[in-house]
Design a protein around this ligand. Structure first.
Ligand SMILES: Cc1ncc(COP(=O)(O)O)c(C=O)c1O
Length: 476
């Protein structure tokens, strides 16, 4: 672990630290009692290299990551996968080129569109029946978009999505190759995929040209630590490195970078073995949950179309629909009554992330707690979901680019009066987990009607300046 070793050597010298970060290597103030030991929290000192121009231990650590993933090169990221996604869009689609992407991409992509001025061309993802969330998209849609948009700078795909579902990425890569367009993949939730043959294949193996992974999500690194791999020369290395210099902090955390170095070492040495155990645990838990009345986990039987070609069993997606409660209520009870905190809940489902750090006794507790919830009907009798998530309206027409909409003067209008105006904000709804409106798009009557229903039914939404959805931001 080149970077970890260098930092430990530095710490052991008991250095006189006349540099930032300005805590002298000691836990600041009251934090000491919590065991925080920031001896590795250093800066660009002799022997510790420079993330923005690496030539020493950081370069060596990045090379080891690239070697492990079979990439041409890899970059450490300290502003999450977010910075990597934004840098890739900026490096491939500047100056108004088209970026072809599904509507269920993460909101970090919006930053890339605003920085680059790219023109998004949206694909409609399919919704997985019974669970209500968006997964992959059809290859015919992609072909159509590429034929009609000769100025496409890149295609962006998500693999896997938040629920662990993957589409036909090999097919997408094939189409991109035929059209000579680089394929960028947001693999924020898939750092671990490469390390077990029973997991869906990872994006680099399937032919992606650039891949971003939130190592902090499923690779065991600390929050915000991520990395980016280039799989081919189709993305210009210089432009990408420059975009990362622009977007990332000038004071990258050595603790975060060391956690990447250590995560790479752990995945290489123990990934397969730990995932072996984890998969057994996850499958056992899924079987037990499936046997509980009113509960069901996402599995093979729900997939099989090319838009939902496979799934990651370490992501336990449990539908609580039949119990007559919402996923929000189930998650609230798991936390309040059992101290079990889940990654996510939506109207129909709860989502547990089983990670490299999860033990069988923890999943056993989850199963027991779910058994309790399935036995005890919700307070006040069975709640019938009178207003389940309505069907998402079709993508509205894009009038100006997200960048122009973001830079334009804006005003707030009541949602009911927004039809025909141009949105200055993004609003995404979960489920299906996709954007209903993007900055620059016309707010159609169907969008207004849908958002009113979303507001009534209490379905979770993200991105809106007014979380109540009473008003929306529009371009003046
Ligand atoms: C699909 C997806 N992509 C990208 C991101 C951004 O990752 P990060 O939090 O590492 O910036 C997330 C975060 O939740 C995500 O779910």
């Amino acid at each position: 672990m080149p970077l970890v070793d260098a930092l430990e050597k530095y710490r052991r010298r008991r250095p006189i630290r006349l540099h930032v970060p300005g805590h002298g290597g000691r836990a600041p103030g009251g934090l000491r009692q919590w065991g925080l030991a920031p001896g590795w929290d250093a800066t660009e000192l002799e022997g510790l290299d420079d993330l923005h121009n690496p030539g020493g231990v950081i370069a060596a650590a990045q090379e080891k990551v690239a070697g492990l993933f079979g990439a041409r090169c890899s970059f450490f990221l300290v502003n999450g996968a977010t910075a990597g996604i934004q840098a890739l869009v900026a490096a491939t689609c500047a100056g108004g080129r088209a970026l072809v992407l599904p509507r269920n991409v993460h909101r970090s992509v919006l930053g890339g569109l605003v920085i680059s001025g790219a023109r998004p061309v949206f694909l409609e993802p399919e919704v997985v029946p019974g669970f209500g969330f968006a997964a992959g998209f059809g290859l015919d849609q992609l072909e159509y978009a590429l034929r009609r948009n000769k100025d496409t700078g890149a295609v962006l795909a998500v693999h896997p999505n938040y629920y662990g579902v993957v589409g036909d990425l090999a097919g997408v890569a094939g189409v991109c190759r035929r059209y000579g367009v680089p394929l960028l993949v947001d693999e924020a939730h898939g750092t671990h995929l490469r390390f077990h043959p029973e997991l869906p294949e990872d994006a680099l193996a399937l032919g992606a040209d650039a891949v971003v992974q939130s190592v902090h999500k499923t690779g065991g690194a600390l929050t915000q630590a991520a990395w980016l791999h280039l799989g081919s020369a189709k993305v210009d290395w210089e432009r990408l490195a420059d975009a990362l210099r622009l977007l990332q902090t000038s004071s990258p955390s050595y603790i975060l970078m060391a956690s990447l170095d250590a995560a790479r070492d752990f995945l290489a040495r123990c990934g397969r073995e730990v995932l072996d155990k984890l998969l057994r645990t996850a499958r056992g838990a899924a079987r037990e949950i499936d046997a509980l009345p009113g509960l069901g986990t996402l599995g093979e039987k729900h997939l099989g179309t090319l838009c939902a070609a496979g799934y990651d069993p370490t992501r336990l997606v449990v539908s609580v629909r039949e119990l007559g409660i919402t996923g929000y209520e189930a998650a609230r009870r798991l936390a309040a009554e059992h101290g079990i905190y889940l990654e996510m809940a939506d109207v129909f489902n709860v989502v547990a992330v089983l990670s490299l750090g999860t033990t069988k006794s923890e999943t056993d507790k989850l199963v027991r707690a779910l058994a309790g919830i399935s036995r005890r009907p919700p307070a006040g009798g069975r709640l019938v979901l009178t207003a389940p998530a309505p069907a998402c309206p079709p993508s509205p027409p894009m009038i100006i680019t997200p960048r122009r909409a973001w830079l334009a003067p804006r005003r707030t209008v009541p949602l009911e009066q927004a039809a025909g105006l141009v949105s200055a904000e993004m609003v995404a709804v979960y489920p299906p987990g996709m954007a209903v409106i993007y900055p620059g798009e016309e707010i159609t009557p169907a969008v207004v009607e849908y958002l009113i229903q979303v507001r009534k039914s209490g379905v979770h939404r993200q991105g809106a300046a007014d979380p109540q959805l009473l008003t929306v931001l529009v371009v003046k």
